[in-house]
Design a protein around this ligand. Structure first.
Ligand code: FAD
Ligand code: MG
Ligand code: MG
Ligand code: MG
Ligand code: MG
Length: 551
């Protein structure tokens, strides 16, 4: 493969196109991966790269272990300890190339993308190049969502990238040093030491907890006179913080924050950020309130990256927040393009739309009625396609239906019950209400990456149906496994060596032991032995010497 200028390219007058020059018949298919985050890296790690030519394009030549980003803001963990070079990750793989560039435009008709190298000294647009692909894997993630609130871009920190975390750390130290300058009034000191988080989701809460630990475990020894002026505030528009978690966890977090003196303002909508103050509206009273701040961290959720928004317009997916894919992660409306992670969302099938068809499949003897066994078999065979069924059963709505079916006294095994198509519909009518888009988490992104790589690894073996892993159904037809998300639980570290966790099977665990579980899970999830060792070293260092507060 060589680089040469392609004059026919119309995307940019100076763009260079990277093309395959070997014999097109026996050349390997090229997979182009956009992004080096959770989804992209987990795809690469499990991909059998001997089967393909792989090209990764990302503006960042490293992977970030995002769950520990809040720890970097307080210096509990160093930035370098949670990053791993993408070149190192693919070092032992064959046929893998990496280019440090931003994808600027996706052309799914001509199967190529336009890229712009990342380097400050290059003139923007002068060094653009195009890359052709056979398969495109889009894993560019999302960006912080400001909801067009005035002043956010200018005065707030985001917490999304490693640079953000480092800037926040500097900014905290700056606030303390500024407040320690002589001749300041009490009001000025208090304003400087008012630390505000907008957004009461996991990221905002974790940041507030880390900041609290930094201030009351380490900075209090260095700036004892400033302690009365410190305020940590979390602003949340909903009624509770951590509202995607189990209620018990959300309450535990609120109580812990209250004990710690972290102020939680719920039911408040931020209208504007000014240099030294936040203007917000209390939903209950409708009153405008002003909160002073020395530093604001904005973490209210995610929005679409411009390149994805532009691509969605091209392929007719207007007004969506993320690229819509089917359950095999194929982008709807184009061929050989896959999307995963935060930039994508899976369109789930509605059970009710297919219910008549499912009924005819389940009713094997065409009697117009289902037996108890047939009904149960039908549910078992479709629960993979319709994950809402499991959610429904878990919430026990179906208890009554299942009770009748499970009772052999009333209905002998295999005996006919009066369940015609209308009753079948009725029994399942509320199931679709359980449909929920998958959360934008590393857990989802990583599972999707691994799933997709498995599909690509088996593609050669499945020449007949070259789309993914095959399963032969009872009727002899080939059917591919769709992507199925397995929720393994989630953690919320709350500071002071306390954490809360939601574990599979409706388990909730809080307290000190949960924090140790958190340490062990997060150490084991590291991408490499190097980062694992560094993270454990950082934690131990913090236990012995405390956090470093130099700028
Ligand atoms: P990302 O990991 O964001 O990766 C996107 C990649 O695409 C990056 O490499 C980026 O540089 C690259 N890119 C961007 N634009 C372009 C472009 N134009 N062209 C090419 N490449 C591009 N999830 C959990 O499950 N548990 C947690 O505890 C947790 N904690 C979190 C804490 C914080 C502070 C944050 C910010 C997130 C946390 N998450 C957590 C969420 C998790 O990080 C995301 O869901 C996950 O990163 C999504 O993976 P992704 O690959 O889609 O995107
Ligand atoms: Mg990614
Ligand atoms: Mg990442
Ligand atoms: Mg998603
Ligand atoms: Mg029947």
């Amino acid at each position: 493969c060589v680089l040469y200028a392609d004059a026919s390219s119309n995307a940019s007058p100076t763009a260079v196109t990277i093309k395959e020059c070997s014999n097109p018949v026996d050349r390997k298919k090229r997979i182009l991966v956009l992004g080096s985050g959770w989804a992209g890296v987990s795809f690469l790690k499990s991909l059998d790269c001997t089967l393909y030519d792989v090209h990764i394009i990302s503006p960042r030549n490293f992977f970030v272990f995002t769950p520990l980003l809040p720890s970097v803001t307080a210096g509990t963990v160093e930035a370098r300890s949670i990053t791993e070079s993408i070149r190192k990750i693919v070092l032992k793989k064959q046929n893998v190339k990496y280019s440090q560039a931003n994808c600027m435009n996706i052309d799914s008709v001509n199967r190529k993308v336009l890229c712009r190298p990342v380097a400050d000294y290059l003139e923007p647009g002068k060094n653009d190049f195009e890359v052709e692909y056979d398969y495109l894997v889009i894993a560019v993630g999302a960006q912080a969502n400001t909801f067009n609130t005035p002043g956010v871009e200018k005065y707030c920190h985001f917490l999304k990238e490693i640079e953000d975390a480092e800037k926040i750390r500097e900014s905290i130290v700056d606030c303390f040093e500024l407040a320690a300058l002589p001749y300041l009034t009490k009001e000025e000191r208090s304003q400087l030491l008012h630390f505000v988080t907008v957004g009461g989701g996991p990221t905002g809460v974790e940041f507030a907890a880390e900041l609290h630990d930094l201030v009351y475990e380490d900075l209090c020894k260095l700036y004892p006179d400033l302690m009365p002026f410190v305020n940590i505030v979390v602003i949340q528009s909903g009624d509770h913080i951590l509202n995607t978690f189990d209620q018990r966890i959300s309450h535990f977090a609120e109580q812990k924050f209250q004990r710690d003196g972290i102020e939680v303002k719920t039911g408040c909508r931020v209208l504007e950020i000014q240099q030294n103050a936040i203007i917000m509206k209390e939903k209950s009273t409708g009153k405008k309130v002003e909160v002073p701040h020395g530093m604001v961290v904005w973490s209210t959720g995610i929005g679409t990256r411009p390149v994805i928004a532009q691509f969605m317009n091209q392929i007719g997916q207007h007004d969506r927040r993320a690229l819509v894919t089917d359950e095999w992660l194929r982008v709807k409306g184009c061929e050989n393009v896959y999307a995963l992670g935060d930039c994508a969302t899976i369109e789930q099938r509605k059970l009710l739309e297919d219910v008549a068809y499912i009924f005819t499949l389940a009713d094997k003897d065409n009697s117009g009625n289902l037996t108890a066994t047939e009904f149960k078999e039908a549910l078992d065979s479709i629960r993979e396609r319709y994950p809402q069924i499991d959610l429904y059963l878990k919430r026990q709505h179906m208890k009554d239906v299942m009770k009748i079916l499970d009772d052999p006294q009333t209905y002998g095994e295999g005996e006919r019950i009066l369940l015609d198509v209308e009753q079948f519909k009725k029994a399942l009518s509320k199931v679709d209400a359980q449909m929920k888009a998958l959360p934008a988490t590393a857990q989802v992104a990583a599972q999707q990456g691994e799933y997709l790589s498995r599909c690509f690894n088996r593609r050669k073996k499945c020449e007949v149906e070259p789309e993914g892993p095959l399963r032969v159904r009872g009727d002899g037809r080939h059917q591919f496994h769709p992507f199925v998300y397995k929720h393994l639980g989630q953690f919320a570290p709350l500071g002071g060596e306390q954490a809360a966790a939601e574990l599979p099977g409706d388990w909730v665990s809080v307290g000190r032991s949960t924090q140790w579980l958190w340490y062990s899970v997060y150490a084991s999830k590291q991408v490499s032995w190097r980062t694992r060792a560094l993270v454990i070293f950082d934690w131990s260092k913090r236990f012995i010497f405390g956090r470093d507060s130099s700028r």
